[in-house]
Write a protein that binds this ligand. Structure first.
Ligand code: SF4
Length: 208
């Protein structure tokens, strides 16, 4: 058995699972003799150590396609915290807003990977400031930042707007990403794009 193949299970939204989901996952793991599963930093579950034939069979069974989400007019992944639904500190419904962002249909394929962090309060458990798109709920509404990155050249995202309702936040994220699609060179992450363009230009284009 190889230990160098893995696949990430689709349709685990913001890491939310029911007991039934967990039982089904355990049954799947047993039927494929999967040695380990891992909770990833993107709040999904990776199935590790599959033999190549089993990997293909499992992916086919789960309907996993080889093209990554950001080439299909969608963001790469959305992390969302328990928010006001489950957390006593939550002032915004991070799970619902996160799910809506996951479903956004954009104007075209994104120039590069886009990670989204949606936090239900200012404690920012989903590290919104260092995500390409960051939303954090405050008492007056959502705060949107863009151009954050937590990798080799970390960057704090630029503040785009504050005091947004759920609908306004989702609409402004879509507008921001469509501007990025239109203006950024291929493979330019949002952090590098914002270093070139600057927050004033972005705000002028988005907010007038
Ligand atoms: S960001 Fe706030 S609402 Fe979300 S899990 Fe953390 S403390 Fe709770």
């Amino acid at each position: 058995m190889t230990h160098k193949t893995y696949t990430v299970l689709p349709d685990i939204h913001a890491g939310m699972l029911t007991p039934d989901n967990l039982e089904n996952l355990a049954a799947l793991a047993r039927s494929y003799r999967i040695p380990r599963m891992k909770i990833t930093s993107a709040q999904r579950i990776a199935v590790l150590g599959l033999a190549p034939d089993d990997l293909q069979a499992l992916q086919a069974e789960l309907g996993i396609t080889s093209s990554p989400p950001h080439t299909r007019n969608r963001v790469h992944y959305v992390q969302a915290c328990p928010g006001s639904t489950w957390c006593k500190h939550g002032v915004g419904d991070a799970l619902t807003v996160g799910r809506r962002l996951e479903q956004l249909e954009l104007a075209g394929p994104l120039p590069a990977k886009v990670k989204v962090g949606v936090s239900g309060c200012r404690m920012c458990c989903c590290e919104s400031w260092v995500r390409d798109v960051g939303l954090a709920a405050e008492k007056k509404g959502w705060r949107l930042s863009f151009g954050g990155n937590g990798a080799g050249r970390p960057r704090i995202g630029d503040l785009v707007a504050q005091g947004l309702s759920d609908d306004e936040a989702v609409t402004l994220v879509k507008k921001t990403l469509n501007y990025y699609i239109q203006e950024a060179r291929c493979k330019t992450r949002s952090a590098r794009f914002m270093e070139r363009v600057g927050i004033d230009t972005l705000k002028k284009a988005l907010l007038g």
